[in-house]
Ligand binder design. Structure first.
Ligand code: HEC
Ligand code: HEC
Length: 430
């Protein structure tokens, strides 16, 4: 009798194990159907990395409900949901992933409410919330984490003070490894890193004392292109944006080329850091897909600071000449149209197939300034000075999977492009 019971138990266990394996492999093939990947971590290390793309191969946008399959996969150590169209409800499916150490949520639609689902993920070491709607009160949910080492909060609503307070609370609770990143020049470092940086600095100083010359480039307040900026670009950019190769049709090997910009328009707008995609692209988090240079790590902080000062002070060619690059306001005054130079190239590339001479969807043409001013059959699409009331701007900054986004097909406009259009509307839309 006893052996029969044992046999039964054995059969049950075999069945159970098999069904667990079957569920897991179904879940893995489902992730792969999405266009995602389930990868091993490293030899002799248990656990898997799961990468979930924003869209399936067929172009369907992934939804919160799709994340339910994750529960069936054992030992997810790393989960990458960057850019995925998921929101707070989707994070409920992560609550049981207790092995999770690295979680990418950057550029998703999550907010503070979603973070509440992550409370139990006590092994989390890396959390990237860059470009999400998280704010100060969202940090509450992260309080229980004891192993958190890297927290990315670039372009969120979290304030520096709240981040600092969170960091202090973690340190007080015994976690002295935490580093928080709020922007390229706003970092809250761990004790260990501070100590090693101090050591490095002391070493540099003593070396400098020995040889008189420090390798560090000094950050001058009012740099000019030839003396300060060109050497940086030659070092880090010209091999892809120079005479031989011109990625995105952009050359950065002379002053004139740099100001001319790329196939998408200007990359440097004097006195406007937000409108200057060159600045935006060098100040992204190091693991962002769009960071420049794409490989080899970000530029040094003092190099970024020089470029920042250069643009902020008028993007001058040479100190002696003191010729500032034309500002948008000056271009307007000189009669050359900001619309023609900056905005029209974007509309011609992405909009005029449907809003041009051949087709006028919604009765709207976007191929001349007069046509843009005339608007659609519904009325005006641009209100000078007010991007918020301009449907032309509103429709290009919708989430990529929104039914109303323009252009309706293909890639959305880049941040640099939407920023330029915003700037043009703010400065009077002429
Ligand atoms: C290894 C090659 C490579 C290097 C080095 C490189 N880039 Fe790029 N860059 C690219 C590619 C490819 C693109 C187009 C794809 C994209 O937009 O990411 C690009 C695009 C850009 C754009 C966007 C242009 C636009 O149309 O708005 C800017 C700005 C830019 N790079 C600036 C820089 C700067 C500044 C550096 C140096 C700090 C640099 N790049 C170094 C390859 C490179
Ligand atoms: C593939 C064709 C296509 C492309 C490309 C396209 N649109 Fe549209 N657009 C439409 C259609 C169809 C409508 C009408 C339906 C709707 O409102 O969604 C429309 C409507 C609009 C409207 C609303 C007009 C109104 O008052 O009702 C605006 C504004 C607009 N588009 C701007 C743009 C901009 C800006 C671009 C380029 C960034 C663009 N569109 C690219 C097809 C397109």
């Amino acid at each position: 009798m006893k052996s029969f019971a044992n046999l039964l138990r054995y059969c049950l266990i075999v069945l159970l194990v098999q069904s667990v394996i079957a569920d897991e492999s179904t879940a893995i093939s489902k992730v792969e159907e999405f266009g995602g990947q389930v990868l091993g971590i490293a030899q002799n290390t248990e656990g898997v990395r799961v990468l979930i793309p924003p869209k399936t191969f067929e172009g369907r946008v992934l939804t919160d409900a799709d994340l339910a399959v994750l529960k069936e996969i054992n030992q997810i150590v790393e989960l990458d949901l960057k850019n995925a169209g998921i929101s707070d409800a989707g994070l409920a499916h992560l609550a049981s992933l207790s092995s999770l150490e690295r979680l990418h949520l950057e550029k998703t639609k999550i907010t503070d409410a979603g973070l509440a689902h992550l409370k139990g993920l006590s092994k989390l070491k890396y959390l990237n919330l860059y470009g999400t709607g998280v704010s100060d009160s969202g940090l509450e949910a992260l309080k229980s984490f004891k192993s958190l080492e890297n927290l990315y909060l670039w372009q969120t609503k979290v304030t520096f003070d709240a981040a600092k307070a969170f960091h202090q609370a973690q340190t007080a609770a015994g976690n002295d490894k935490l580093e928080i990143n709020l922007g390229w020049d706003k970092e809250i470092l761990s004790k260990a890193r501070l100590a090693s940086l101090k050591e490095q600095r002391q070493k540099l100083e003593s070396e400098a004392n020995e040889s008189e010359a420090s390798s560090e480039v000094a950050v001058v307040e009012d740099p000019d292109f030839k003396t300060h900026i060109l050497p940086i670009l030659q070092n880090s950019c010209v091999k892809c944006h120079g005479e031989e190769k011109q990625k995105d049709d952009l050359r950065l090997d002379t002053f004139a080329h740099t100001l001319k910009g790329s196939e998408h328009g200007a990359v440097v707008v004097a006195e406007d850091l937000i409108g200057s995609s060159l600045f935006q692209r060098i100040t992204l988090p190091a693991d962002d897909d769009d960071i420049m240079p794409p490989k080899g790590g970000p530029l040094a902080k003092n190099e970024i600071a020089l470029i920042k000062n250069w643009i902020a002070n008028g993007a001058k060619a040479e100190a002696e000449i003191k010729a500032p690059a034309p500002k948008i306001a000056e271009k307007k005054a000189s009669g050359s149209s900001v619309f023609v130079e900056y905005v029209l190239p974007i509309l011609t590339e992405s909009c005029t197939d449907c809003h041009g001479p051949d087709k006028q969807k919604a009765g709207l043409r976007l191929d001349t300034i007069a046509a843009v001013a005339k608007g659609s059959k519904e009325g005006a699409v641009v209100k000078a000075g007010s991007p918020d009331e301009s449907s032309l701007y509103q429709r290009i900054v919708l989430p990529a999977d929104h039914d109303d986004i323009m252009p309706p097909k293909g890639d959305p406009l880049t941040k640099a492009q939407t920023d330029l259009i915003k700037l043009w509307i703010v400065s009077g839309a002429n």
